[in-house]
Design a protein around this ligand. Structure first.
Ligand SMILES: C[S@@+](CC[C@H](N)C(=O)[O-])C[C@H]1O[C@@H](n2cnc3c(N)ncnc32)[C@H](O)[C@@H]1O
Length: 238
């Protein structure tokens, strides 16, 4: 197994900043509200999770970072989804935070502390084994360590919603390549949706050419627009 390299963080006004990418982990305006707006609302999860017959739901995220998106999704799931349904949250991360750094980063959100504490207790197990179960087994978290494209190539199960969160495309083009969008298409079905904070033209065009229907909506904070959409290429739906 290749050696895992932890993220090197700077802290700017108390917020984590990735030295290697010179980019933020989330909006300095309010990371938690950004997650709710961009990823949860962008994939219409509050509404989709109220379906009484829902048995399971899979989210795949590119870039686990501080786990903020995961914790917000898990919280909403526990509030909105049927009690016996399982959330399968899969994330890819090439540079995982150390336990010390992720603990410090998540202290920014005291309102999530009920969900953060059990997650942090199992964080080292997650890094060691790749999968943990949380919150009375209602949520399964899988963390694939390594390059997002290489890791997605190894997956076969379809995803219901995508969180595309791999730093800005200008600073980290590896996370936004055509080949990555093609893997997303392979792992999508006719109900799959995606959301991302960026509205970069290369991302919009890449997703469209891979078969996604792409929409723009107002962005969060200083961002003018963001992208969201759904898998549309029915003939590839296996
Ligand atoms: C904007 S941050 C993600 C924030 C995160 N979703 C959260 O809730 O805190 C982007 C993440 O992508 C990771 N990353 C960058 N390049 C990557 C690659 N090629 N493969 C996998 N992860 C990568 C970074 O290490 C970083 O953690």
């Amino acid at each position: 197994m290749p050696e895992v390299i932890n993220a090197t963080l700077d802290w700017k006004a108390g917020q984590p900043f990735a030295s290697a990418f010179q980019d933020v982990y989330f909006s300095s305006d309010n990371g938690l509200h950004e997650t709710e707006y961009v990823f949860l609302q962008g994939n219409d999860l509050g509404k989709r999770w109220q379906e009484p017959d829902l048995a399971a739901f899979t989210i795949t995220e590119t870039g686990f970072g501080t786990g903020l998106n995961f914790l917000c999704a898990a919280k909403l799931w526990l509030e909105a989804a049927p009690e016996n349904a399982i959330l399968n949250f899969i994330s890819v991360e090439k540079y995982p935070l150390t336990l010390t750094d992720i603990t410090t980063a998540l202290q920014l959100w005291p309102q999530l502390s009920n969900w953060t504490a059990p997650f942090l207790t199992q964080y080292i197990t997650l890094l060691d084994t790749g999968t943990i179960r949380l919150y009375n087994n209602r949520v399964q978290l899988t963390l694939m360590l390594g390059d997002a494209y290489e890791q997605l190539c190894q997956r076969f199960d379809k995803t219901d919603a995508w969180f595309l969160d791999g730093f800005s495309p200008a600073k980290n083009p590896d996370m936004w390549q055509t080949a990555m969008f093609e893997q997303m298409a392979r792992l999508s079905h006719s109900g799959s949706t995606f959301a991302t904070f960026t509205s970069a033209g290369m991302v919009r065009r890449g997703l469209m050419s891979a078969g996604f229907k792409v929409y723009k909506r107002a962005g969060f904070g200083k961002k003018r627009e963001m992208l969201h959409g759904r898998w549309a290429e029915v003939c590839h739906d296996g």
